[in-house]
Design a protein around this ligand. Structure first.
Ligand SMILES: [Zn+2]
Length: 255
């Protein structure tokens, strides 16, 4: 028997899978460009390839300058711009643990196609993956975060709930995956199942990485999530997998 306990609570607690936040929205509109010197003094990245200067908001978060890029890096320090919403969301043709349409069935088109290929290959290998949660809007994240703040207070909430704008699920490039054996829960014991094992070894072949690897909490800001897939394209995912890196390390955004 596998543990089936933590589930929804843990999903909320652990991750980028979790929802998030509030008080930044009041700061968003006050974002102002800062000088390269100021950014460097905070240890932040200034230029990433040819992308423009990134901004640091008054709440200390860096606003990503490339939210539409499939290689965008979003985490507790790096937020999507206010109002960002992917424009090419579709529902991938893969099994979900629920039937009705919910926004969380969606992913950006390129990621959705790749996910279909990944699921087909897994099925061929005898693995029955089930999709659980993909895209999540800023507004939904904000509502959940604010509800948590009401119940737990802001300080406690920030320990387990991402602020709106900082969840990778808002990019439309992430999908949480589980299985019937897991009773469709999101739990670290997924890694010990046949499906979790297959995913760890083959996700990169289809353009995905396990976004929050074991033992990299201090870099990603999240504990191990063997169920959270992030699409970055096959070339990058293969390099990242082969070098056992996080997105932060690969793209040069380490703390
Ligand atoms: Zn997730």
């Amino acid at each position: 028997m596998k543990k089936q306990i933590i589930v929804v609570a843990s999903a909320l607690v652990l991750s980028g899978c979790s929802v998030s936040s509030a008080d930044n929205d009041k700061h968003v509109s006050t974002a102002t460009p800062v000088s390269q010197k100021e950014i460097q003094s905070k240890g932040q990245v200034v230029f990433k390839d040819e992308t423009p200067l990134e901004e640091i908001r008054k709440d200390g978060l860096t606003v990503v300058s490339d939210p539409h890029s499939i290689t965008v890096v979003v985490n507790k320090e790096r937020t999507l711009p206010e109002g960002y919403d992917p424009t090419d969301l579709v529902v991938p043709d893969v099994p979900f643990y629920f039937d009705e349409f919910l926004p969380k069935k969606q992913m950006r088109e390129e990621a959705a196609k790749a996910l279909e290929e990944l699921f087909a290959a897994a099925f061929q290998a005898g693995e029955d993956l089930v999709a659980a949660s993909g895209y999540r809007s800023y507004d939904r994240q904000k509502k959940i975060y604010e509800r948590n703040v009401e119940v737990y207070g802001e300080e406690e909430t920030n320990k387990f709930s991402a602020k709106p704008g900082t969840s990778e699920h808002q990019t439309g490039l992430a999908m949480d995956v589980t299985s019937a054996e897991m009773s469709f829960k999101l739990d670290q014991s997924f890694r010990e199942t046949s499906e979790g094992e297959w995913l760890a070894n083959h996700a990169h072949e289809y353009g995905f990485v396990i976004r929050y690897p074991q033992g990299k909490d201090d870099i990603t800001g999240y504990t191990y999530e063997p169920w959270h897939l992030r699409y970055v394209g096959q070339e990058k995912s293969t390099e990242i997998h082969n070098q056992s890196l996080t997105l932060e390390e690969f793209f040069g955004f380490t703390p």
